[in-house]
Write a protein that binds this ligand. Structure first.
Ligand code: GLP
Length: 252
């Protein structure tokens, strides 16, 4: 596990974007596992900036998103499909036929889950999986308590996650109660993983994920077992780890 420390959100975003851009440059047809939430926004802005400067080319990139709310169409402004279109896909030269995201409108859960697992397999797996982290240690929508061997599945969201994500909706009642999410198994099968975190609200989850026991009660703790993980976080997110004297001093 490699740990990259950043002073603030902007620096965290640039360092994380650097890792993604290295992947794109070294493998122009890489399969990127992409994430939503407020954390990756700055990363996407940085990638778009480099694309506009001619430093990055997405024309052969394939992307597989982590999750989608069940019941929301891709046109719904709160859907993750809409988020990805607005915040990245429409601003770079990635091809629409190379973009994959669970279909929130599919009612047949086993059908949608196996369709999505098959897509990931047919692409040859994920080269670099980008992750944020929930306040309760969730990754994608893999909530505490879920089995580590799960693949794409339909998740009942916890109250904690519904409350945390309510800020994107007009009211908490509008937050969907279920979501399709790739599972911990899909995430762990990625060749490399980049977890980005920013802000004090993530400090405890990050500490438990990186230094706590490996347990389904903190889904991100499984990352300790992956052999190619990059953690990029800012000072506030690393604050508890630093307080406990576990963070190495780092120059760059
Ligand atoms: C949602 C997403 C996760 C994301 C998490 C944290 O639950 N499904 O992929 O990591 O929120 O979001 P944020 O980055 O906004 O704190």
């Amino acid at each position: 596990m490699r740990i990259y420390q950043a002073k603030d959100y902007q620096e965290m975003s640039r360092k994380a974007a650097n890792i993604i851009s290295a992947q794109i440059i070294m493998k122009p047809d890489a399969v990127l596992g992409l994430a939503t939430g407020s954390t990756p926004l700055g990363i996407y802005r940085q990638l778009i900036d480099w694309y506009n400067k001619g430093d990055l080319d997405f024309s052969e990139i394939r992307s597989v998103n982590l999750d989608e709310y069940k019941g929301l169409s891709a046109d719904n402004e709160q859907s993750y499909a809409y988020f990805m279109r607005t915040n990245l896909f429409s601003q770079v030269n990635i091809k629409p036929e190379n973009l994959y995201i669970p279909n929130g409108l599919e009612e047949d859960i086993p059908k949608e889950c196996s369709r999505y697992n098959n897509i990931i397999k047919s692409l040859g797996g994920i080269d670099l999986q980008l992750l944020g982290i929930g306040n309760n240690g969730h990754i994608g929508f893999n909530e505490p308590g879920e089995a580590f061997e799960t693949e794409t599945h339909c998740v009942k969201l916890t109250e904690n996650t519904i409350e945390a994500n309510a800020r994107f909706f007009a009211s908490i009642d509008e937050v969907p109660k279920y979501a399709y999410s790739t599972g911990i198994k899909n995430i762990m099968q990625a060749k490399s993983i980049l977890l980005a975190a920013s802000g004090k609200a993530k400090a405890e989850a990050l500490y438990k994920a990186l230094y706590g026991p490996i347990s389904p009660s903190v889904p991100a703790s499984i990352l300790q077992l992956h052999n190619n993980v990059y953690i990029v976080a800012d000072e506030a997110a690393f604050s508890l780890i630093r307080e406990k004297g576990l963070l190495p001093d780092q120059e760059a």
